[in-house]
Design a protein around this ligand. Structure first.
Ligand code: M5T
Ligand code: MG
Length: 242
């Protein structure tokens, strides 16, 4: 089987270094190459903590986190980060211009990759409206852009990487429903070989996911497709009805 673009958790538990108790408990799952997988659950249930173990912002307290079949601890830092395009829960922009914000850190995307990322992330329209296009000024923290525009530019930054795995931590909730839908369709068609891990608050964002994991209080309490979960998972049903 194709191991590139896979993510696997084997019996992972996690407690913050300064924490009293586990925020994740016995988490096991497998994401196959090219799949779109979603994590959903109420605020504070552990979604961000979970994806932060893939990027190694933190390390699992016990159990194993595997990327492409290897324990994340066995990668050099830049080797792992090159495989992953990560969009944090809070969009972060830096003072500079749009282009430098997309080519941030170790990104070295050429202009065509940048333009493609701008297009898929649905940023094209508002970038074109800027007087200087890609060279338009970005104020510290991206204060001269709206929340949804900032979110889309941070998506573009992740997409401009030649990553195998993309992680979107609650990235779509800052967007209106229509933009959310258009963006996800663009992701699906233009990036169908990439693995996507989506953390979501609302069901609409993840309805088409290949697998959905429902998290409650640090544990997986449901797993399946949207349709399956509506029949098998009370927590999911509650979220769907809210
Ligand atoms: C899960 C605690 C937090 C909560 C649990 C980031 C962070 C979280 N926590 C810490 O103790 N220290 C920390 O640095 O861990 O939190 P989460 O993973 O951030 O939850 P979430 O992403 O599902 O929530 P939300 O609000 O983003 O939907 O008990 O106190
Ligand atoms: Mg979170």
């Amino acid at each position: 089987t194709d191991i590139q673009g896979t993510v696997e958790f084997k019996n992972v538990s996690f407690r913050y270094p300064d924490g009293q108790s586990n925020v994740l408990q016995n988490i096991s799952f497998k994401v196959n190459k090219g799949e779109t997988v979603a994590f959903i659950g109420s605020t504070g249930c552990g979604k961000t903590s979970l994806v932060n173990l893939i990027t190694r912002f933190y390390d699992a307290t016990s159990g194993e986190v595997l990327v492409d079949g290897y324990n994340v601890r066995d990668y050099k830092k830049d080797e792992l980060s090159r495989k992953i395009g990560y969009v944090s829960q809070k969009a972060v922009l830096f003072s500079g211009d749009i282009q430098s914000n997309i080519n941030f850190g170790d990104n070295d995307a050429d202009i065509s990759a940048i333009e493609k990322a701008i297009s898929i992330s649905q940023s094209e329209e508002f970038v074109k409206l800027q007087k200087n296009g890609l060279e338009a000024h970005v104020a510290q923290g991206g204060q001269n852009f709206s929340g949804g525009q900032k979110q889309r530019l941070s998506i573009a930054r992740a997409l401009a990487r030649k990553a195998e795995i993309f992680i979107f931590d609650d990235t779509f909730s800052a967007l209106d429903y229509k933009t959310d839908k258009i963006l996800r369709n663009a992701l699906k068609t233009k990036m169908k070989d990439s693995t996507c891990i989506i953390v979501a608050q609302r069901i609409g964002t993840i309805i088409d996911a290949d697998q959905i994991f429902v998290i409650d209080n640090g544990e997986i309490v449901g797993h399946g497709t949207h349709k399956e979960l509506l029949n098998t998972c009370d927590t999911y049903k509650e979220i769907a009805q809210s």
